[in-house]
Design a protein around this ligand. Structure first.
Ligand code: PMV
Length: 360
């Protein structure tokens, strides 16, 4: 089993004055949801996600040795413009990971970041953003310690991303990533995400995710607050046990390609996530009327056509419509005809399963 201390590096063997890297990392969509955490971003239950392909963050990191090693020093640019209000989040991230990246105070960093999806689309950029930053920082560390293995490089990148935003640890690799200790998933860990290590049926290759933008506004309740509310939640222990069960079910489903069983697990997980929000104290609702309209329309369409399309939700009102590639044409027509009207300004994003972070 891995321990936190496994990610404290040995003494660096090289010195580097300056340099720059550029990485892209995608967003991901959970099938079994992470909701509730312990100290240090340790998940209360395991989760599994599809890595996305098109919704990505692209981050350039330039670094140059500075005179002293007293403090963190960085500039933050978003789409080329200085972005002061993102700085506290990065500063907090640096504080959390400094123990594992002892070079952090030796350099001044310029972090230049942009997303491929529209700003304030309601799509969280924390997963892709933290993953892209973590990849860049690992590239710096690899220069200081070239003997590190590729496996360590990716594992530690996921470990660092997790400390930035839990679900970000699932954005380093593709195509299906599990995070959190699960007895039946060899190599699984609370500390980082792992590529799903078992057979995945062809039905899930090129799986599609069309994200319907129902509400692009700021969430009234952040994920951080939502996770916290699981601490005194009356259904917490049952929910955490259910996540383990659902993950076990998915192992079998991924192998058999049973789409009906897949739909049952995935939709139940989405509604359970929101049920946890509605039954916490204080309680809250992130779905909007149009979220429900879309869910009902999907159920009706599936009943009538037998097309295996389903939905999932993250911590917001937007709906992720999931379906196999071979029914794309039918589902996109259905979205055009019946669902676009429920989207804010008719906006939606076509995405699909992808391979994880990439160096540019
Ligand atoms: O990574 P966070 O702290 O933003 O939490 C994300 C939680 C969900 O998106 C609702 C579920 C998940 O597993 O991604």
């Amino acid at each position: 089993m891995f321990l936190d201390t496994d990610f404290i590096p040995p003494k660096y063997t090289q010195t580097v004055e300056k340099g720059n890297f550029k990485w892209t990392a995608p967003s991901n969509i959970a099938l079994v949801k992470y909701w509730g955490k312990k100290e240090n971003q340790i998940p209360a239950n395991p989760s599994v996600s599809f890595t996305l392909n098109n919704c990505k963050t692209i981050t350039k990191l330039a670094f140059a040795k500075k005179e002293d090693s007293l403090n963190f020093s960085f500039d933050l640019l978003f789409e080329g413009q200085s972005k002061e209000d993102f700085k506290p989040k990065i500063n907090k991230f640096f504080e959390r990971v400094a123990h594992y990246l002892p070079f952090l105070k030796d350099y001044h960093f310029t972090i230049d970041t942009e997303n491929t999806f529209p700003h304030s689309s309601g799509i969280a950029s924390s997963a892709s953003g933290m993953a892209a930053l973590a990849m860049n920082l690992m590239s710096v560390e690899r220069q200081l310690y070239p003997a590190m293995t590729d496996e360590y490089f990716y594992q530690k990148a996921s470990f660092l991303a997790r400390l930035g935003s839990g679900s970000a640890c699932r954005s380093v690799k593709g195509q299906v990533v599990a995070w959190g200790n699960q007895a039946n998933i060899t190599g699984s860990s609370d500390l980082f995400g792992v590529e799903f290590p078992y057979v995945i049926h062809d039905n899930f290759k090129n799986y599609q995710d069309t994200i319907l933008l129902v509400d692009k506004g700021e969430k009234q309740v952040s994920s951080t607050v939502g996770h916290d509310l699981m601490h005194d939640h009356p259904y917490a222990s049952t929910r955490f046990a259910q996540a383990h069960d659902n993950l076990d079910k998915l192992i079998t489903i991924f192998e058999s390609g049973d789409l009906d069983a897949f739909i049952k697990v995935v939709e139940s997980e989405a509604l359970t996530l929101h049920a946890m929000m509605m039954t916490s104290m204080p309680y809250f609702i992130l779905m909007k009327p149009n979220t429900l309209e879309i869910i009902n329309a999907i159920w009706k369409f599936r009943n009538e056509t037998k097309v295996p399309v389903c939905f999932t939700l993250d911590a917001g009102a937007n709906v992720h419509v999931l379906y196999p590639k071979n029914v794309s044409e039918k589902v996109l027509q259905f979205i055009q005809d019946e669902l676009v009207g429920y989207c804010q300004n008719g906006q939606y994003i076509c995405d699909e399963i992808g391979n994880g972070a990439n160096q540019l």
